[in-house]
Write a protein that binds this ligand. Structure first.
Ligand code: ATP
Length: 291
């Protein structure tokens, strides 16, 4: 049986680092939401082994690939002798702060659950996903949620109201690990107010959501890459009321209520960067990625 699964990207509406833990991970508190920018994972059953291909040359083509690792984990855990060929149709920019790799892994877990009739619940898939990466559990659920711990402790939130998301991805990628290594809590000047963001989401208050966007990792990335700061300023100047860097960057996104404004922002940014996208917010869909 062949299966195709959508693997949507996420953006962070807030990202806070509470402290560094004894196990080396940072204790995080974030609000994440799914957007309609997605890879598509095509799974084809084969006699044995795991095959991998991708439409993008920027992803690893071996066991470092998170979709490959997801398949290997399932095969080992459930002693599956059959194999699978994985094709990653890449639309999400790589190393961009949009959790593309994590979403590919989550989609592969979901697809193989169906292909091999494993009967795993979403909770069980999320638990398996955490073995592959901190953002994978969120990508298994999709929607909008507060993510705590390494990112795996999830509390669902109401969806943002319908709006447009304009994304701009500078040419370089960023290593999340390096950003966290350089992060210093005492250099942060403003922190997200989680209660305020939660209230704005509950009230479906678009302006409130825009006002509460906040990401402490900007204190590292904006300093190291002045271009990211410049893109934020341009996006605001072109009329996006809410602008933030997603994850560890370098992607900057703007939230816009009306399609015409989104087009204006997107066209304005095209003069500065090649990779500019306009997509819809998907945060309200509980299962955006099943088919
Ligand atoms: P992070 O989860 O680290 O914040 P990100 O969203 O910034 O990730 P990804 O596109 O997931 O960025 O890529 C992070 C790294 O994961 C890349 O350096 C890439 O080599 C590796 N990677 C492994 N598998 C994949 C995949 N299927 N798609 C994209 N990147 C992958």
């Amino acid at each position: 049986m062949d299966i195709s699964v959508k693997a949507p990207a996420k953006i962070n509406l807030t990202l806070d680092v509470l402290h560094k833990r004894d196990d080396g991970y940072h204790e995080l508190e974030m609000v994440m939401t799914t957007i309609d920018l997605a890879d598509r994972i095509d799974l084809t059953e084969k006699r044995e082994g795991i095959g991998l291909e991708s439409t993008s040359g920027f992803v690893p083509f071996d066991s470092r690939n998170l979709a490959y690792r997801a398949a290997a984990l399932i095969k080992e855990r459930f002693n599956i002798k059959k194999g699978v060929h994985i094709k990653i149709n890449k639309e999400i920019p790589v190393a961009a702060g949009l959790a593309g790799g994590s979403s590919d892994a989550a989609a592969t877990l979901k697809g193989l659950n169906r292909m091999w009739d494993l009967g795993l619940t979403v909770e069980e898939l999320a638990e398996l996903g955490l073995k592959l990466g901190s953002d994978v559990p969120f990508c298994v659920y999709g929607g909008t949620a507060i993510a705590r711990g390494r990112g795996e402790k999830l509390t669902p939130l109401p969806s943002p109201p319908p709006c447009w998301v304009v994304l701009v991805k500078p040419p370089h990628g960023i290593s999340t690990a390096e950003v966290f290594n350089a992060f210093r809590l005492d250099q942060v000047t403003s922190r997200p107010q989680l209660n305020n963001m939660q209230e704005a989401l509950e009230k479906r208050d678009f302006s409130g959501i825009c006002q509460e966007l906040s990401n402490v990792l900007e204190s590292v990335t904006l300093k190291q890459y002045p271009k990211v700061r410049h893109l934020k300023e341009r996006m605001k100047a072109f009329g996006a009321p809410g602008v933030l860097m997603s994850g560890s960057g370098p992607t900057v996104f703007g939230l816009v209520e009306h399609e015409n404004t989104a087009k204006r922002v997107m066209n304005g940014l095209r003069g500065f960067c090649r990779q500019v996208y306009t997509v819809r917010m998907l945060g309200g869909l509980e299962e955006p990625s099943l088919d």
